[in-house]
Design a protein around this ligand. Structure first.
Ligand code: FAD
Length: 610
């Protein structure tokens, strides 16, 4: 049986020692956030995740969701757990008090999300999607729409979804075909087919509020002609009670690699009644409000699933007896030593530990900046923080989830054959982690967003929100001999990042394919450098406590930072080289040279989606 314990001590280290939770407490509306309150929230969330959500993770995976006549049944125990989740107030943590939310900071919500995703990634998607839909309606909906839908989405009575994808249209939303025809009463009739819609139909909530992208008859071609509609499963009467069933249904469920307890629905809208959110043809930018929030959320999914797979790998590595330590027998009374004595096992464990704890610090950082961007009294500060969030969102989404796939694979490898079989539950983590690299914009698209949009935006202003603090930090500490083994590698990696940014920006301007060719490697270089900065900060916090009552914890931090600098950060050297090599070797090769294969069967499949 897999295990999970919420990493409260490390969360506290990241949010209170490396970063200062006081920054958030000082924001308007956050003064109630006493340490005691935060502790109580963490403890209660940990209890709920460990005892209610985690026990349903494996059974939910094995049972999956069931479709029958348009209705979807969630796995045993999910409805009960969801009801308790609602009762505990977990659906409303950071939502607007005007509509019934608790108004707590997003940074706190992000931490809770990590725990929820560790304990049950499939479950996390139900409230996660509702929250995304809430965000878009809250930011762009008219007041009557907000009053009608938000309170019950916030209190968890109703769920939410996001309907973008169609068979012929994934990344390229300009290919969208769903139609929205205006009606005399101000509503629209929505007709079209959507696929892979998470939580499109289920039995957890009384109603499901779908956000749907569609085109009106007079809409311009491409992405400029997309509008956003709110389309409830059941009509909502003026007094808030539920009316008739809307003309939409889930026609089937997708059979997929992981997240089996989250239904991925084919949705058919057949003249369904919907209401415009905001203005016609501005839907894509509205959806981005939701997606940006969701992208950070998907990054946190990667962090959560990495953490649980790491914990299981450590427990297994301490217990599994195989071979003897290369430096001499460690446990002579046992038939063999535990595999944690082997350098290669430690390589994998340390890789996981250094990525996970590093990303946790980065998650706290972006969480705090999200709060500042929304709540700070000074416009300039809000702008600075918003720039930072925009810049780092693709990095958090792609870097955390690429790391998650690497980490879950290490966990599986540490379990050997027992990892590949279902005995210890780690193969599920690999399968579940894999989707995080794909949905909410594939990781390739995150790389393009970083180099193609964010890098040059406002003449590099966004980039400076990261570059300046790191540059100043290096300057401040470069002569400190005690920190040389950390600041030195950080400075080298940062120099690579700066040079790569300049080259990609210059070459990309002359030829966009140059930027495209560098994008994924550049994002990885960025993520690795950011972690080097954060690990150095962690060392500065840990050194004074190295010999105190928690010496194991703090010394562990310094050792992990050292490992990161010596064994992980050199990856930036390779990344720098591949970025500098440019597009030539990718784009010069003739398309035919990829292989003389017979594609006829495959292209028939693709034709169905075009
Ligand atoms: C389990 C699951 C749940 C999902 N949930 C939802 C949901 O709730 N709502 C929803 O609307 N959608 C959902 N999706 C859809 C998901 O968001 C898309 O799968 C994703 O955006 C990618 O689109 P695609 O699969 O059509 O891939 P494609 O767009 O066909 O891309 C194929 C490959 O080409 C690359 N590519 C495409 N365009 C470019 C380009 N311009 N430059 C470089 N590379 C490019 C991609 O990175 C990818 O590697 C879900 C999907 C799955 C599998």
């Amino acid at each position: 049986m897999p295990i999970y314990k919420a990493p409260i001590r490390d969360i506290s280290f990241a949010s209170r020692e490396v970063f200062d939770f006081g920054t958030i407490k000082a924001l308007p509306g956050c003064s109630d956030m006493t340490d005691d309150l935060v502790d109580a929230v963490f403890q209660e969330a940990a209890r709920f995740c460990e005892n209610e959500l985690f026990p349903l993770n494996q059974s939910g995976d094995q049972e999956g969701c069931q479709w029958k006549n348009g209705e979807v049944t969630t796995p045993k125990g999910f409805k009960n757990a969801y009801d308790k989740f609602v009762e505990g107030g977990w659906t409303s943590v950071s939502s607007d008090p005007k509509y019934g939310g608790q108004g707590l900071p997003d940074s706190l919500e992000f931490i809770l999300e990590e725990m929820i995703c560790s304990s049950n990634l499939s479950f996390s998607l139900y409230p996660g999607l509702t929250r995304g839909a809430y965000t878009a309606i809250h930011a762009h909906g008219a007041e009557d729409i907000k009053q009608k839908f938000l309170p019950k989405m916030i209190d968890g009575t109703w769920g939410g979804t996001m309907n973008l994808t169609e068979p012929q249209c994934g990344t390229d939303l300009g290919l969208l075909r769903t139609k929205a025809v205006p009606q005399k009463d101000g509503s629209y009739e929505i007709t079209g087919n959507k696929i892979w819609i998470s939580s499109g139909e289920h039995d957890l909530t009384e109603n499901i509020i779908h956000l749907v992208l569609a085109k009106t008859p007079t809409a311009p071609e491409g992405v400029k002609g997309i509008s956003l509609f709110v389309v409830p499963k059941f009509m909502v009467n003026d007094d808030g009670s539920l009316g008739d069933r809307n003309k939409l249904q889930c026609t089937s469920l997708e059979h997929k690699m992981g997240i089996h307890a989250s239904p991925s629905c084919a949705m058919s809208f057949d003249g369904a009644k919907g209401w415009l959110v905001g203005k016609e043809n501005a839907g894509l930018s509205y959806m981005f409000t939701m997606m940006n929030n969701e992208r950070i959320g998907v990054g946190l999914q990667g962090l959560g699933i990495s953490e649980v797979s790491y914990q299981n790998a450590v427990v297994y590595a301490r217990e599994r007896l195989q071979g003897r330590s290369l430096s001499g027998v460690k446990h002579p009374k046992k038939p063999a030593d535990p595999i944690i004595v082997h350098p290669d096992i430690r390589r994998m464990l340390m890789t996981m530990k250094s990525y996970i704890e590093g990303c946790r610090m980065m998650g706290v950082w972006i969480g705090q900046e999200v709060d500042i961007s929304q709540k700070h009294p000074e416009k300039e500060e809000r702008q600075r923080a918003d720039d930072f969030v925009q810049l780092m969102t693709p990095v958090v989404k792609a870097f955390f989830t690429d790391m998650a796939f690497e980490n879950t694979n290490h966990a599986l490898q540490i379990h050997g054959g027992y990892g590949y079989t279902q005995d210890f539950g780690v193969e599920q983590y690999v399968r579940d982690a894999r989707i995080t690299q794909i949905y909410e914009g594939t990781n390739g698209i995150q790389g393009l967003d970083l180099v193609g949009r964010k890098l040059g935006m406002h003449m590099g202003r966004l980039l400076r929100r990261f570059f300046h603090p790191v540059q100043e930090f290096i300057k401040e500490h470069e002569d400190n001999e005690d920190l040389a083994e950390f600041v030195g590698p950080l400075a080298k990696s940062f120099d690579r990042l700066q040079r790569a940014a300049l080259t990609v920006a210059q070459k990309g301007m002359a030829n966009p394919e140059e930027a495209g060719a560098a994008s994924t490697d550049f994002l990885s270089l960025f993520g690795h450098t950011a972690l080097a900065y954060l690990w150095t900060r962690a060392v500065i916090v840990s050194k004074p406590n190295e010999n105190g009552s928690e010496s194991l914890f703090y010394k562990g931090k310094i050792d992990t930072a050292r490992f990161y600098m010596q064994k992980i950060l050199p990856r930036t050297s390779t990344l720098f080289a591949t970025i500098m090599a440019g597009k030539k070797t990718l784009m010069d090769i003739d398309e035919e040279a990829f292989g003389p294969f017979d594609f006829s069967g495959f292209s028939q499949e693709i034709t169905r989606a075009s």
